[in-house]
Structures are given as C-alpha cells and as structure tokens.
Design a protein around this ligand. Sequence first.
Ligand code: ZN
Length: 239
Amino acid sequence: MNVTIWNEHRHEKTNPRVAALYPGGIHEAIAAPLRAHPAVGTVRTATLDDPENGLPVRVLDATDVLLWWGHVAHKEVCDSTVQRVQKRVLEGMGLIVLHSAHHSKVFKALMGDTCSLRWREATDRERLWVVTPAHPIAAGLPAHFELPAEEMYGEPFGIPAPEHVVFISWFTGGEVFRSGVTWQRGNGRVFYFRPGHETYPTYHNAHVQRVIANAVQWARPVVRIADACPNTAPLEPLP
Ligand code: ZN
C-alpha cells in the first residue's frame, strides 16, 4: 500500500513553537510511525509549494491513501489540484482529512457542504470517546482517551450525515464534536479526524498514531474504476 501525506507546511516555517514540535514538518511526524507499520509500503510526502502542489497525476496514480493537513493556505491550493484529488477519490483512492483541513477545498468539494464549526484556541482538554468500537478505525483503542491540550472544535459541524461516527470528542469548555467520521464518495473512502492543532504535540500521541494507522488500512482502495458514462449494447436480443 502506497501512502502520500500532504501538508501545506507553512506554520512550521514561521512559528518557532510549531517548528520545535515538528522539526521535520507535520507531514514527517505523521509519516514516521506509518513508515514503521508492517501493513504500509511506501510513504511519501508532498507539500503546497512543490510543483503542482506536490500532487501531479503520476503521484496520485501511485497513491492508495492520501492524508491532508492544511490551515492557513487553503486558498493557495490550485483548483486543478483539487479536481485531480477529487477525481482519484471518486475512482477509489482513500482520503484522510486531518484537523483544520475541514475547510480545505478538497474536503469541501467532496462533502458539498460548509464544513464549518465552532472553535476556540485556549488549551482545552479533549476526551475522545469511541462510539463505534467495532469499526476498524477504532481497533486496539481504549473506550476513551485524552489529549491534555488541544484546540476546541464544537458542533454544529456542517457536514453531510456520515456513514459512521467513530469518535465523539468532549472538551473542557463543555462542547462536543463528531471528531472521527466516515463517508463513501464514489469508489473511495473518506475519513475526517479532528485532533491535530499545530501548536500541540498531538501527532506524537500514541493513540492518535494508532487511529491514523487504522484509518490508512481502512481507507485503502477496494477497486479503482475510471469515471465513465458509457452507451452500452444490450446483453439480450431486443424485440
Ligand atoms: Zn487548529
């Protein structure tokens, strides 16, 4: 299985706190445990400032599951890149959308909704409850786990009704949020996972790493079928 981790890679270059937490970039922090995972083959990374946003056709053709982290530069992602990614998801590529990528062009294009939410950057404690324990993305996780410091995201979350809600988060301030949700889009599987604010060490958390590894395996393509709308001959003689 070939995994590509896309990161806009901007906070790490301008905020020393983020650079200290993620010296190789958020993409490398996500990549490291996946590179050590027996079910994952190639792990590559791509960033916004790479040619064609790091996602030319040849990269997407060689990607089974794409992970996406973005925040301040959603508008800088080329519309042609968004169209290529959306097409590949509809053909069968898996997509895992992380944290502030809820407002990425790619996610909004696939959801067809606002994808808006309430938020607060005030070092809330987050407790994630596993609400669908039989789902493959919850494999090996405890009934709940905590992140001692995170940005708060609260409901209502402007998304279409998910196929499964795997996690619900509770925050110190009292809010709740559907923090791990799945959809099918065309032949592809999509998973949104909430934690991952850049100024906290979230991607170094073992439970978060487990969720991402589970999600990568769950999202791998079952089929890859190019979009077509063919005029077809009948199988039986027509009267
Ligand atoms: Zn954030």
